[in-house]
Design a protein around this ligand. Structure first.
Ligand SMILES: Cc1cc2nc3c(=O)[nH]c(=O)nc-3n(C[C@H](O)[C@H](O)[C@H](O)COP(=O)(O)O)c2cc1C
Length: 312
């Protein structure tokens, strides 16, 4: 794929490989390391707009990596245009230049409230949310899916609406809600959406290798790609795509991840958090089954670091 900058109003994102919002994974530690690996832009996990307005607290979920708010977007979700705009204008998000609206989350808790992917079936509501958020003066981007049910394709219609409502970029996860995270992405839906708008379109879904990335861009004509699980499983995939040498080995990356995580979450919680990452980091590796078992029993991140230093 061709590496190129992406212009969002007056902000230039240095390249077109983005790290996805991934709840429970793209915390401050992982985002910081990912930006060091070269991503143009990363996203916080989804944050409730209403929650932020009614109960304003800022924790590490909302901190920009390295205090860098030019390369970190915050993602908000909700179904009430008032709270969505208020969140964009809130003091808690004042450092952010880019606010991404989640219109793709399939999780029942979110969907049942008319939020996330539920908005894909209420285009008028979605439009009013986007246009209200745009009034905040922030750069507004939107992340969608291709529909609700197998065979749906709302991506073009929705992307045109988002552009007209003032969105500066749209990310399309090429799967419908009912597919959750499995199956081949719908390249054709993304291709048609890309052709129907003038704002940048970022394609997402199922990119785990350089070949997947090239296929996604070739099939869709998208302006860039967003890595999600592929970016966790291989933190250096972004370096490979950018044609740059990683600064760290995988072992160094993992230990730095744990060390940064301890600073943010404390030793115990960092150890627990890491258990989610270990299956991704060690997937398909031979001779690490005993190490994986021991990490699972480890009570703290310090203990995990020692295990990795001695056995990996
Ligand atoms: C555990 C998990 C958490 C996710 N959290 C979010 C989220 O907070 N916001 C969002 O827009 N998408 C979220 N996603 C969706 C991803 O951003 C991405 O669209 C999806 O995983 C498809 O990309 P992939 O096939 O490359 O993993 C999440 C996905 C997973 C697996």
């Amino acid at each position: 794929m061709q590496i190129k900058p992406i212009a969002l109003k007056n902000l230039i994102i240095k390249n077109n490989i983005f790290l996805a919002p991934i709840a429970g994974y793209t915390d401050l530690a992982f985002r910081t390391l990912s930006l060091d690996n070269g991503y143009g832009l990363c996203f916080t996990e989804l944050v409730s707009a209403k929650g932020l307005v009614l109960n304003p607290t800022v924790n590490s979920i909302l901190w920009g990596a390295n205090g860098n708010y030019d390369r970190t977007a915050v993602q908000i979700f909700g179904q009430d245009p008032y709270y969505m705009r208020s969140a964009c204008e809130s003091k808690e998000l004042e450092d952010y230049k880019i606010i991404d609206i989640n219109m793709g989350c399939p999780v029942p808790k979110v969907f049942k409230n008319g939020e996330g992917s539920a908005l894909l079936k209420d285009i008028l509501k979605a439009e009013s949310i986007i246009s209200e958020c745009v009034k905040s003066g922030k750069i507004i981007t939107v992340k969608i899916r291709t529909g609700q049910k197998m065979g749906d394709d709302i991506a073009s219609e929705f992307s045109k609406m988002a552009e007209n409502a003032g969105a500066s970029l749209i990310t399309i996860h090429g799967r419908v809600r009912e597919a959750y995270y499995t199956g081949e992405p719908d390249y054709n839906a993304i291709y048609k959406a890309k052709k129907s708008v003038n704002i940048p379109v970022i394609a997402n879904g199922g990119i785990f290798t350089k070949e997947d990335a090239n296929k996604m861009v070739n099939e869709t004509g998208a302006d860039g790609i967003m890595l999600a699980r592929g970016g966790i499983a291989n933190p250096f995939l972004v370096c490979e795509l950018l044609g740059i040498k990683p600064n760290l080995t995988l072992k160094e990356f993992i230990i730095t991840h744990l060390t940064e995580s301890i600073k943010i979450h404390g030793d115990r919680k960092a150890g627990l958090e890491f258990k989610k990452f270990a299956p991704y980091y060690f997937k398909g590796m031979l001779g690490v089954s005993e190490l994986k078992k021991q990490i699972n029993y480890a009570k703290t991140a310090e203990e995990t670091i020692r295990l990795i230093e001695e056995n990996f």
